[in-house]
Design a protein around this ligand. Structure first.
Ligand code: CP3
Length: 341
């Protein structure tokens, strides 16, 4: 179906010549061609305009030839569709002027008709598929319900998401009601994305590692697992939990096709915890892309040998940083393409 289907084959656990590679947040701020578009259009205009979103989606592919594209969009389009205002403030990041803190706030949160409210995402997928021209697969994504709750309650990014945790620990019934509304919306949203043409979906639990193992189970994993169960027969699901190494064993017992791991765990330990049947994705420290290209190539080769070339997708342990030199990103991708078993 695709000229290059390495990524989908790795998700199925098939034997491959070399592992596939892509970078989390690859459609973004380290690219001069992205910055040029950013100068003209604000963030949500870029997300809502299929011509812009699809162009940004393929920019990194044109430059580096990754084995998969990820749709340019954001995890925060979900709260927007649920009637929670979200702004993207330059220099600040996400800004939610009316955070959810009590029953009254929660009452105005809706489970929307995603075919109406998020129609623009589906159009961006169709436009991206056209530009990709059956060369490589397209990844769709959503935030985990817990990570979305973090922004909805805190109202902005945070070092510890204290207000989000306080909400969960002091008003658990409200918290679970909100988490379930987000989960229900996310399932409908990802199903629509599959219909529109994405080949895999990744759940970003960027703030799962903020929780203790017991709280992670209660406030994050059970909802991610609901999403996996609802989608597993339609599309491969990749669960990425930043800082969630403590849950790898349990995550591996789910129906996820693959698990993302960050750089705070040794590949061998991740394999030991997750077992040998599930594909792993990761896990170079994103800051390591600041090392000289020759060093990057060594690290990548070593990483592939440690994870093993099969049931493995080369990636960073979290999103690429804005200040990464272009030739360093290239060294990362090229090292994988040059890999010989
Ligand atoms: O390349 C890709 O990965 C596809 C696009 C993508 C974006 N955001 C575009 C974006 C994806 C997959 C995301 C996911 C996302 N968004 C996450 C989960 C992944 C992670 O990094 O942990 C989170 C937590 C968000 C929320 C968010 N959106 C934040 C915290 C910010 C501001 C900080 C930042 O990274 O700049 C955004 C804005 C955002 N989303 C930008 C991009 C390219 C940068 C702002 C801009 O372009 O004006």
């Amino acid at each position: 179906m695709y000229k290059n289907d390495l990524y989908l084959r790795a998700l199925k656990g098939e034997i491959v010549e070399r592992p596939p590679v892509w970078m989390m947040r690859q459609a973004g701020r380290y690219l001069p061609e992205f910055i040029k578009i950013r100068e003209k259009y604000d963030f949500f205009t870029r997300c809502r305009t299929p011509e812009l979103a699809s162009e940004i989606t393929v920019q990194p592919i044109r430059r580096y030839g990754m084995d998969a594209a990820i749709l340019f969009s954001d995890i925060l389009v979900i709260p927007q569709a649920m009637n929670i205002e979200v702004e993207m403030k330059p220099g600040v990041g996400p800004w939610l002027p009316n955070p959810i803190r009590n029953q009254k706030d929660l009452d105005r949160v809706i489970v929307p008709d995603v075919t109406v409210e998020l129609d623009y995402v589906m159009n961006a997928i169709k436009a991206s598929k056209e530009l990709l021209n059956n060369e490589i697969p397209l990844i769709g994504f959503a935030g985990s319900p817990w990570t979305i709750l973090c922004y909805c309650v805190q109202g902005q990014g945070s070092k510890n998401f204290d207000k989000a945790k306080e909400f969960c620990f002091t008003q658990p019934i409200l918290a679970h009601t909100l988490l379930q509304k987000i989960t229900t919306t996310t399932i409908a949203y990802l199903k629509e994305k599959v219909k529109a043409g994405v080949d895999a979906v990744q759940i970003f639990d960027s703030w799962g590692g903020m929780l203790s193992p017991a709280d992670y189970q209660e406030f994050s994993w059970q909802y991610i697992n609901q999403i996996i169960e609802a989608l597993k027969d339609e599309v491969p699901v990749i669960a990425f939990g930043k800082g969630c190494w403590f849950a790898l064993e349990e995550m591996a017992n789910s129906k996820a096709a693959a698990l993302g791991v960050d750089w705070t765990i040794k590949p061998q330990i991740a394999r030991k915890l997750a077992g040998n049947k599930i594909t792993l994705q990761g896990n170079m420290d994103p800051s390591r892309l600041l090392s000289p290209p020759s060093q990057i190539k060594k690290i990548v080769t070593e990483m592939i040998r440690s994870f093993g070339k099969d049931k493995y997708i080369v990636n960073l342990g979290h999103g690429i940083l804005p200040n990464i030199p272009l030739e360093n990103a290239k060294a990362f991708i090229d090292a994988v393409k040059e890999f010989e078993a």
